[in-house]
Design a protein around this ligand. Structure first.
Ligand code: 2BA
Length: 110
């Protein structure tokens, strides 16, 4: 058995979860935060048989879109006195999705 862990953007999470559920996959959705942008994203966990991994990745791939996010960063110039800080925007491409596939040693449902 495999565990697919997919980090997707919040905007895509409902559509992906619905698409996976419609195809009878069991999904757990976690509210997560990206370390770089420090904004919300969604992590999905899907436990499946190895032969279904590619089908799950394809569903995620078909729905999750790349988007541009703008963050404002700043640089300090000069010393403590008389120095100044300049702020400037940086654009980063986020997503479609970041996917990890890991082996499951044991799967127990009680
Ligand atoms: P964040 O860490 O908030 O990163 C958002 C986007 O910022 C990234 O999009 C990437 O385009 C950019 N970025 C991240 N770190 C950067 C850096 N050190 N320098 C320049 N740009 C940087 P994605 O690569 O699509 O990642 C989306 C989210 O997926 C990430 O949100 C993070 O929550 C997760 N993620 C990505 N790679 C990961 C990994 N190797 N391990 C764990 N989580 C990961």
């Amino acid at each position: 058995m495999k565990l697919v862990i997919a980090i997707v953007q919040d905007e895509d999470s409902i559509d992906v979860t619905e698409a996976l559920t419609e195809e009878d996959y069991r999904v757990t959705k976690l509210a997560t935060t990206g370390g770089f942008l420090k904004s919300g994203n969604t992590t999905l966990m899907v436990g499946i048989e190895e032969e279904k991994v590619q089908a799950v990745i394809d569903i995620i791939k078909n729905i999750c879109k790349k988007r541009k996010e703008t963050i404002v960063t700043s640089s300090a110039f000069g010393g403590n006195e008389g120095g100044y800080t300049q702020q400037y925007p940086i654009q980063v491409d986020v997503g479609g999705a970041t996917i990890f596939v890991i082996d499951v040693d044991q799967f127990v449902k009680i």
